[in-house]
Ligand binder design. Structure first.
Ligand code: SF4
Ligand SMILES: [Zn+2]
Length: 289
């Protein structure tokens, strides 16, 4: 079972400190980065040291803000962060294409920003003038619309899921888990991946899906997998869903985002006519276009 999160970062004057750097001597002044209230060094679950609000009142955002700020401090101190691999994920569900393997990066600077979305704080990290957003999740529930707001900003964004982070870990192990953990990071938007997906869709043809009895047929399949009355077609479920040229099915969100049209009929986008299934195929096509 996951241990509950507790407050392990606090403000001391203008800096954020970890609980291991704090003193139980009450002459030291610590404050909550979320509500500004005074904090004391206390004992948390299983007697593990943590910060508590001196007033004893619950603080809605204390844990979330302090974990986000702790992570921001790690990144601004140029601690290496391992980014997940970048892939093109096709709306059709066909096998993704790997664009770059996971890599470790040391950022030049980082700052916490709650103006993009107060419910889901975002760390803006910069490297060589390029920005990356790190959206930190610490609460059991978060809303898709909060994530969509961040995606709409058009900046590559990683979700850092700290809901199951063990707050009792020593500082160096905590840093390892947060910045280089294996399963707690994923891209929700990547500009390179988005660029290539748009290119694949632009190189596609649109084919209509029609219902014939119990079957869904894709008319005029460029691979002519079957014919009926001299017209080529493919079985949508059996053929298209397994085909490397199947890029996307028409859907409202794909239409709006990539095709800039309100049309939402039953179509697929397929690169079978030009036989483009890999990045190399796409590059070749673009040269000869
Ligand atoms: S996705 Fe494949 S099977 Fe379906 S119409 Fe295109 S080329 Fe044919
Ligand atoms: Zn607080």
């Amino acid at each position: 079972m996951t241990e509950p999160l507790f407050q392990i970062y606090a403000k001391e004057n203008d800096r954020i400190i970890h609980i291991s750097e704090a003193s139980a001597d009450r002459r030291f002044r610590y404050t909550c980065p979320a509500c500004g209230e005074s904090l004391i060094v206390d004992k948390g679950p299983n007697g593990i040291p943590c910060f508590s609000h001196r007033s004893g009142k619950p603080c809605e955002n204390g844990i979330r803000h302090s974990l986000c700020l702790g992570t921001t401090v790690m990144l601004s101190l140029h601690k290496p962060m391992t980014l997940p691999p970048v892939t093109i994920n096709f709306p059709s569900g066909r096998e993704p294409i790997l664009l770059s393997p996971g890599r470790t990066i040391e950022f030049d600077c980082a700052q916490l920003d709650t103006s993009i979305n107060d419910n889901l704080p975002v760390i803006i990290a910069r490297k060589d003038r390029k920005e990356l957003y790190v959206a930190v999740i610490t609460q059991p529930l978060f809303y898709l619309e909060d994530i969509e707001k961040i995606i709409d900003s058009g900046v590559s964004t990683i979700v850092l899921d700290l809901r199951e982070i063990d707050c009792s870990l020593p500082q160096d192990q905590l840093e390892e888990r947060i910045l280089r953990g294996k399963n707690n990071q994923f891209w929700i938007f990547n500009t390179l991946s988005d660029y290539y997906l748009k290119e694949f869709i632009a190189a596609s043809e649109r084919y209509r899906i029609v219902r014939w009895g119990d079957y869904l047929h894709t008319e005029y399949c460029p691979l002519s997998l079957h014919t009926r009355n001299n017209h080529p077609y493919a079985d949508f479920l059996e053929d298209c869903r397994r085909c490397r040229y199947f890029i996307s099915q028409s859907s409202e969100s794909v239409q709006r985002k990539y095709i800039h049209s309100d049309f939402t009929g039953e179509y697929i986008y397929c690169t079978g006519k030009r036989q483009i299934s890999t990045l190399r195929d796409l590059e070749k096509y673009k040269i000869t276009e």
